[in-house]
Write a protein that binds this ligand. Structure first.
Ligand code: G4P
Length: 533
């Protein structure tokens, strides 16, 4: 095995997907504690403030120096180099989360046992399903009176359209929570509230008829466990790693992050079974991580962390080969060479300049405006990685410059913040000076206004547009496309790649357009468009 193979087989790059409040911050922190990356609880900044108000979000923005170090948290655990990617919790920033998911090889889904499957979880799982991303599931807060575990499994299977395969099974819940039984290892893992788990709390019970079970969890919970396990084996097929790796079934663990319970088992299992870097699809071909030549793509940009000087960090996911400091690469979109003297790797609370990085790693590149989200870097081949789509915005606004004498700042700010992915910018056909913004959530509009004013000293105002549904449009008949654009000009926008978008004010309006133009194809994300204008 060469060095590249060895390195990539060590990598485990994943993200946590969850609905706010289900315990993502707590679990992240515990994973980092077990991974030895942090030593005290409370070191991971909670994204919680972002859930409610814009003002809280702005406060967070002021502290964006922190968010850069929690964007990627790297640590070593049992021989694997783990890269945990943070994704925003707020639904208004879901595009950022979807892009983050393009840079990982697997996901950890957290479900709150009291609330069950929630809205955000459904959407994020849908994105994972589109890409066949393997998902492991942790059902959290078993120390609270939650839903029945069988009901939780049914709900997960039904609502997330994924097979569920329990790996551990809870014994009691809430105040009566006694621990879990590992169905695979046939071990009882006992829960002692408020106490760090000891090796003596893990007891092998190969045969559930063993009276030791009664001794440890009491008569009624022992009988319940026996009944449950008999029932489970009739309902759920045993865990099969290939089904998990294909994204068809999810292993399910139960525990309580706040009590440190079940996290170590989760991390141990992830490090043995989670996939190492997977092949990534470019428009031209599939790129395999073990290919000798380096390739990677930018999935996130953070700008202006330090208001004193304009700095930006582009986050690049290495997809194949070995990335080397000071080596000259090829920036595919511009066709220009690219080289960096200070590529950065991120640890839990730290960052360091690195000489090399391998598939699965995330490299931070200090950038002065070279990169846009979705850019590919290679050793010379012209390929473009897929899977970093723009999602159809729901909210549109004309944006106008409220300080006409500050036109330069206005355009610069708008362009840079669009490159960072804060908003999408469109133009109107034949009206080159008109700019339209598209966002997925209202908060994005307010953040843009705030950042324009504070970072670029430019005030901007919005004017309404009465549309809430958008689709990218293409056709393999250029004449038909031209006619379509002319006939619907009022409702047409053009994105930065020159592809047309049609806005509609209602689902019925869109259906009418679709029926009237059978030669057109309509898409809900930008990367689905087959023919470019
Ligand atoms: P998030 O990042 O997904 O939004 O969730 P976070 O970890 O911030 O957890 C949300 C709340 O749930 C927190 O309580 C946290 O302490 C609690 N929590 C997490 N894991 C468990 C668990 O296993 N059992 C129980 N009972 N609670 C859990 P909070 O009161 O909102 O915040 P805090 O004051 O405790 O920080």
């Amino acid at each position: 095995m060469n060095d590249l193979d060895q390195q990539l087989r060590r990598r485990l790059t994943f993200a946590i997907i969850s609905h706010p409040d289900s315990g993502k911050t707590t679990i992240t922190e515990k994973l980092l504690l077990f991974g030895g990356a942090i030593h005290i609880a409370g070191a991971v900044k909670s994204g919680k403030n972002m859930k409610d108000a814009v003002s809280d979000f702005m406060e967070m923005e002021k502290e964006r120096g922190i968010s850069i170090s929690t964007s990627v948290m790297g640590f070593e655990y049992k021989g694997r180099k783990v890269n945990l990617l943070d994704t925003p919790g707020h639904a208004d920033f879901s595009e950022d989360t979807y892009r983050g998911l393009s840079a990982v090889d697997s996901a950890l889904l957290i479900i709150d046992s009291v609330k069950g499957v929630e809205d955000r979880t459904r959407k994020l799982c849908e994105v994972c399903r589109m890409r066949h991303t393997p998902i492991a599931t942790f059902i959290n807060k078993l120390d609270r009176e939650g839903k029945d575990p069988v009901e939780l499994l049914d709900e997960t299977e039904r609502e997330l359209a994924i097979g569920v395969r329990p790996v551990t099974w809870p014994i009691g819940q809430g105040r009566a929570f006694k621990g879990v039984y590992s169905l695979v290892e046939r071990k009882l893992i006992l829960f002692v509230p408020g106490q760090v788990q000891m090796p003596t709390d893990v007891i092998t019970i190969a045969d559930l008829a063993d009276p030791l079970l009664e001794e440890k969890v009491g008569h009624s919970l022992a009988s319940k466990l026996r009944e449950d396990v008999a029932l489970l084996s009739g309902v759920y097929p045993p865990f099969d790693i290939d089904e998990y790796l294909a994204g068809k079934a999810t292993p399910v663990f139960f525990g309580s992050a706040l009590n440190n319970f079940g996290i170590r088992e989760l991390l141990d299992t992830l490090t043995t079974m989670a996939p190492y870097p997977t092949p990534k699809a470019a428009e031209e071909r599939i790129v395999r991580p073990e290919e000798e030549k380096f390739s990677g793509f930018v999935f996130k940009i953070l700008a202006n962390m330090n208001p004193m000087h304009r700095d930006r960090v582009a986050f690049l996911r290495v997809c194949s080969g070995t990335f080397e400091r000071n080596k000259t690469y090829y920036h595919v979109r511009s066709g220009k060479p690219f080289r960096t003297a200070n590529p950065t790797a991120f640890m839990a609370q730290d960052s360091e300049i690195i000489d090399q990085a391998w598939p699965g790693d995330i490299v931070g590149i200090h950038d002065t405006g070279t990169f846009k989200i979705g850019d590919t870097v290679t050793e010379g081949e012209s390929i473009n990685f897929k899977g970093i789509p723009n999602f159809a915005p729901h909210i549109f606004r004309y944006i106008v410059n409220a300080d006409p004498e500050k036109g330069k700042q206005f355009h610069k700010g708008l362009d840079q913040l669009a490159e960072e992915g804060v908003v999408q910018i469109f133009s109107k056909p034949r009206q080159s000076n008109v700019r339209v913004l598209g966002v997925v959530g209202q908060l994005q509009l307010e953040v843009l206004q705030y950042r324009m004013e504070h970072e670029y000293k430019s005030r901007c105002a919005y004017r309404p547009i009465d549309s809430s549904i958008a689709h990218w449009v293409s056709s393999n008949d250029p004449k038909a496309l031209k006619a379509f654009v002319e006939e619907n000009e009022r409702k047409i926008l053009v994105d930065i790649r020159g592809t047309h978008i049609i806005m509609s004010d209602s689902p019925w309006g869109f259906e009418r357009i679709k029926a009237a133009y059978p030669a057109m194809r309509f898409y809900s994300t930008s990367d689905m468009v087959e023919e470019r204008a």
